[in-house]
Design a protein around this ligand. Structure first.
Ligand code: HEM
Length: 396
């Protein structure tokens, strides 16, 4: 008989998996657990098996209303939208994904890069003008990705705080269904307003492009608005947590700061190692199984569900020797799962990387004395859906 243990919830240490995960991963690649709502589900904990199962698209569905889909969130907002990428299955997923992937092509990112650099430089100027001490999360880490989201959708940077407020409630597993539904509706209304405004006054962001594609019959208006909403929600708080947690990792490891100052060519490896060791996405990668799937000696039956746990898989010593360390000489050929894996892997990862490379190529180079404020303590966002920071008091 399978031993079912309670779902472990949130990690205690910011850069280590929740305690039970290390033990469970050594017991087997998949573990049956009981969620706080009483539902039983599977967790996939090893890197190789995680990537393998996410590729079994003919046996999986991302529809949250399908039997067995793991319901981690306290408040599940109404229904499972059928035109938003994270909840779509093949073959419909492929055409919308291809259309949106065009917005994140190497050419597009290269065109945005100078503005991302300008946004970052200006955010550092503002931080310096604010003076020491400061909250690196609110005063810097959140500023850069919020403005980049404004750039992406083609609106004025003054909208950034509004996006922050609404995305925070959308991304939380701790708020109730009513509060989440209200914030989803409010943000959805704002996104629809942006479409209406750009119908009259076109700008250079993706919304004007999308309106053209809607008019050409390439996608419906609902899919255009729905997926723009997904980009706004998914696109900046995640990156802000990675920036603030990554800054904390650097402040705790001054040798890494010195190394990237001496060898800027190591910044891409640093960023991958930050993404891997942080693994901020906790419960997002859930699926329901439609045909039985074998994971080593375990069979996950049709009608059951599972979640891949990036913090467990990305700290799997089979794939990553000394998994808890940031190793700037690590062979990264076996990729991590911080951005997920397979057809639903993060659509915005090239944009996130462009932001992270820019930030970590500038912040500590311009403020090398940056350190955690002596008489203050960092506060973490202890939400098992997405782990992150709430406040990072720094001085220099
Ligand atoms: C460090 C920052 C980020 C992290 C850690 C992250 C993580 C993830 C993960 C783990 C998934 C896969 C979910 C699954 O398999 O169910 C995902 C999907 C997605 N992400 Fe990100 N993300 C980040 C930044 C961004 C940005 C900047 C954007 C866009 C502006 C974005 C847009 C999306 C979209 C649209 C999907 C759904 C793709 C699909 O279902 O086909 N993300 N992200």
């Amino acid at each position: 008989m399978t031993l079912v243990e309670d779902y472990p919830g949130v990690r205690r240490f910011p850069f280590l998996p929740a305690e039970d995960y290390d033990r469970w991963r050594e017991e087997g690649p998949a573990k049956r657990v009981r969620l706080p709502n009483g539902q039983e589900t599977w967790l996939v904990l090893r890197q190789e098996e995680a990537q393998d199962i996410l590729n079994r698209t003919d046996s999986l569905t991302s529809d949250m209303t399908a039997p067995g889909f793991p319901q981690f969130r306290r408040g599940r907002a109404s229904g499972s939208p059928t035109n938003m990428l994270p909840r779509m299955d093949p073959p419909n997923h492929a055409s919308i994904r291809k259309l949106f992937a065009g917005f994140f092509s190497a050419k597009r990112i290269a065109a945005w890069k100078p503005e991302i650099e300008r946004i970052t430089d200006e955010a550092i100027d503002d931080l310096l003008a604010h003076g020491s001490p400061a909250d690196l999360y609110r005063d810097f880490a959140l500023v850069v990705p919020s403005k980049v989201v404004c750039l992406l959708v083609g609106v004025d940077y003054s909208m950034a705080p509004e996006f922050d407020r609404l995305a925070e409630a959308n991304n939380s597993s701790l708020v109730g269904a009513e509060e989440r539904t209200a914030s989803i509706n409010e943000l959805y209304g704002i996104v629809e307003g942006i479409f209406a405004e750009q119908r009259k006054n076109p700008t250079e962001g993706i919304v004007t492009d999308l309106l053209r594609r809607v008019d050409a019959g390439d996608l419906t208006y609902e899919a255009a608005v729905g997926n723009t909403f997904v980009l706004v929600v998914g696109g900046h708080e995640t990156t802000a947590h990675t920036i603030s947690l990554g800054s904390l990792q650097l402040m705790e490891n001054p040798h890494l700061v010195q190394r990237i100052i001496d060898e800027p060519g190591k910044i891409p490896t640093l960023v991958e190692e930050m993404l891997r060791t942080q693994s901020i996405i906790g419960q997002v990668i859930g699926r329901a199984v439609t045909k039985p799937i074998e994971v080593a000696d375990v069979v996950i039956e049709a009608g059951e569900g599972f979640a891949v746990v990036p913090e467990a898989a990305n700290h799997d010593p089979r794939t990553f020797p000394n998994p808890h360390d940031i190793d700037l000489d690590r062979d990264l050929s076996f990729g991590h799962t911080a951005f997920g894996f397979g057809i639903h892997s993060c659509l915005g990862q090239s944009l996130a990387r462009a932001e992270l490379h820019t930030v970590f190529g500038r912040l500590f180079q311009r403020i090398p004395a940056l350190r955690v404020a002596e008489n203050d303590t960092p506060e973490f966002r202890r939400d098992p859906w997405i782990f992150g920071m709430r406040r990072l008091p720094v001085e220099w």
